[in-house]
Design a protein around this ligand. Structure first.
Ligand code: URA
Length: 231
């Protein structure tokens, strides 16, 4: 594993900090000062920061049932962050994979594995995200066609084709998108003349929120569940 990644996964420093610490001569590998932050370290080698051993923590991926009212960030001054929901000993090095708005509930992944995170959020991954939506006024009848054609937002941005299945009352729907644009579902609803009053993410790719997790509950994913995100 690369030295800067190892220090990050050990919770010793962010990747950028790790580079600065290595440049400052504060990092050793088997007792020798190493300034090359990209050095590949072997599992049997001992990496120390300021003389203290840095051990990589497991590259776990957690599924969280995010409650409304908490912020998708590692820290949120004066507010509850999604990391605050984890036990202190589990938080180290953990970060959210993408983002849900403060008022959005449901499936959020958190990990220390930067490669996994990049695989999920890079635009070309094409991973579909499914949302349960409630709106203030019924979706207009041509919403399905507009979504399928690729909605154009008021700022001129054209979205990739999305899907919507609307309940008979027109005010509840399941929406599937495969981009990760900020406030995407809320902006899509606004673009067709309604307003989201409730939003919950149900699935990411082939991974569905575990219905037994209460709001704020979380659990690690199995290897198979991690891969199901890309199916
Ligand atoms: N779309 C939104 O508008 N908000 C979210 O939190 C997720 C998707």
């Amino acid at each position: 594993m690369r030295l800067d990644k190892l220090l990050r996964i050990a919770g010793a420093a962010s990747r950028r900090e790790a580079r600065e610490l290595a440049a400052a001569g504060r990092v050793t590998v088997d007792g020798a000062v190493v300034s090359d932050y990209a050095m590949e370290c072997l599992p049997e080698q001992t990496v120390c920061l300021d003389g203290v051993p840095a051990k990589p923590l497991p590259l776990v991926v957690y599924m969280l049932n995010k409650p409304a009212g908490c912020v998708t960030a590692t820290r949120a001054e004066g507010q509850t962050s999604v990391l605050d929901l984890f036990l202190p000993e589990e938080r180290t090095g953990l970060f959210p994979v993408g983002r849900l708005d403060k008022d959005t509930e449901g499936l959020l992944l958190l990990t220390r594995d930067g490669d996994f995170c990049r695989r999920v959020i890079r635009p070309e991954s094409g991973v579909w995200k499914t949302y349960e939506v409630r709106v203030s006024r019924p979706f207009p009848p041509d919403t399905e066609r507009l979504f399928q054609e690729g909605l154009v937002l008021p700022d001129g941005k054209r979205l990739l084709p999305a899907r919507i299945e609307t309940a008979p009352d027109g005010r509840r729907a399941v929406i599937r998108v495969r981009e990760g644009i900020t406030h995407q579902v809320r902006r899509m609803a606004a673009a067709v003349g309604t307003r989201v009053t409730y939003l919950k993410r149900l699935s990411i790719g082939g991974l569905t929120l575990d219905g037994t997790l209460p709001p704020g509950g979380y659990r690690p994913l199995t290897d198979d569940e991690q891969e199901s995100v890309f199916r």
